[in-house]
Design a protein. Structure first.
Length: 143
């Protein structure tokens, strides 16, 4: 795995790796909020990835979107690559619900983060691993 930006290291829990991306869980129990982090150095934009890596990023992102839809059954998925604070390329995947803390507004800075309890993280990991074991189109190595 590449070196995490200090902000990602502070705010996230590393769950594991796909072939291109590390899968991170943002430590905020207000939303199921995940980050795909391509394991490439000195990349801040998707177009800076090689063509093959761009395709793999899209494949892993769409695979993970299907996972989020089936595991969490959200009202909407928010997918974004901003990089205004963390320049290291990373793609947010947020399962949104009409009942969540700031629906329908964007999640950034809307409410204070609520850290997960260890049993909640374990439950999320188990749900994802179960889905990955059934839907094996992508390989996933857990941490």
């Amino acid at each position: 795995m590449i070196q995490l930006h200090p902000q990602l290291e502070q705010d996230c829990i590393v769950l594991g790796e796909f072939s291109l991306c590390s899968l991170l869980l943002l430590n905020d129990a207000n939303y199921p909020w995940f980050i795909l982090l391509p394991m490439r150095e000195n990349i801040s934009e998707i177009h800076q990835l090689s063509g093959d890596d761009q395709q793999q990023l899209m494949t892993e992102s769409m695979y993970f979107c299907r996972c989020l839809e089936q595991v969490f059954q959200p009202d909407k998925l928010n997918i974004a690559s901003l990089g205004n604070i963390v320049p290291q390329l990373h793609i947010h995947h947020i399962a949104r619900f009409s009942t969540d803390a700031c629906w329908p507004a964007p999640v950034w800075g809307a409410v204070s983060a609520v850290p997960y309890h260890s049993h909640q993280v374990k439950n999320i990991k188990n749900q994802l691993l179960k889905w990955f074991s059934i839907h094996k189109e992508q390989t996933f190595q857990r941490q």
